[in-house]
Design a protein around this ligand. Sequence first.
Ligand SMILES: Nc1nc2c(ncn2[C@@H]2O[C@H](COP(=O)(O)OP(=O)(O)O)[C@@H](O)[C@H]2O)c(=O)[nH]1
Ligand SMILES: [Mg+2]
Length: 216
Amino acid sequence: MAADPVFDDEALEAARKLFARETTFMMGAVRMDGLPAPDLPEVAFAGRSNVGKSSLINAVTGRKELARASNEPGRTREINFFVLDERIRLVDLPGYGFAKVSRTTARKFQNLGRDYLRGRPNLKRAYLLIDARHGLKTVDTEALDAFDTAAVSYQIVLTKADKIKPHEVEALVDKTLKQISKRPAAFPRVLATSSEKGTGIPELRAEIMAACAVEL
Ligand SMILES: Nc1nc2c(ncn2[C@@H]2O[C@H](COP(=O)(O)OP(=O)(O)O)[C@@H](O)[C@H]2O)c(=O)[nH]1
Ligand SMILES: [Mg+2]
């Protein structure tokens, strides 16, 4: 919802074409030593459970069932890897802020996510998803701290923008930009998306393409 479009029509069209190519589920990993070799650029999606990570991966790849297929019980606690056009890996990190699991169990998943973020040499950018109805919560702030500590470039993506009014989306983008302005690893753009309506999806594709420095 930025006033100046960051990507021109050509960049958006290139990204549309790239993401129209095949995306496949590669594998799930439960431990750091089970990760695929770091031989492709990766972007990772992080956020609280239910924030809309799987829906967003489905929306950018135009595949309704892709991430849901990996969303069976157990799978959401793994790191799931999807490969686009055999050139970019999209990484679905375990959700944090579980209400129903013990703190120890929750911490273990967070550690896997944190270890991944800390130690992944081919990670080009992490997307931290924030529910547009709620904005940044304390638990998200902890995730931001972890990103900043790990010096991983991350970008905030608001999800479910269709659930609030357009002027509220704009206000939340501005507020969130202010909240992250002093964070060293935060990318200075906030993207508002709706997987339901498709809002912001072309822009997110272009962001990913640019972050991975991939050309058509
Ligand atoms: N209205 C609306 N609902 C969404 C959107 N994205 C996700 N949801 C819903 O939010 C719930 C959680 O989504 P999911 O992608 O499974 O979240 P995850 O746990 O982060 O992977 C599901 O019921 C989705 O249908 C969106 O853009 N708009
Ligand atoms: Mg999910």
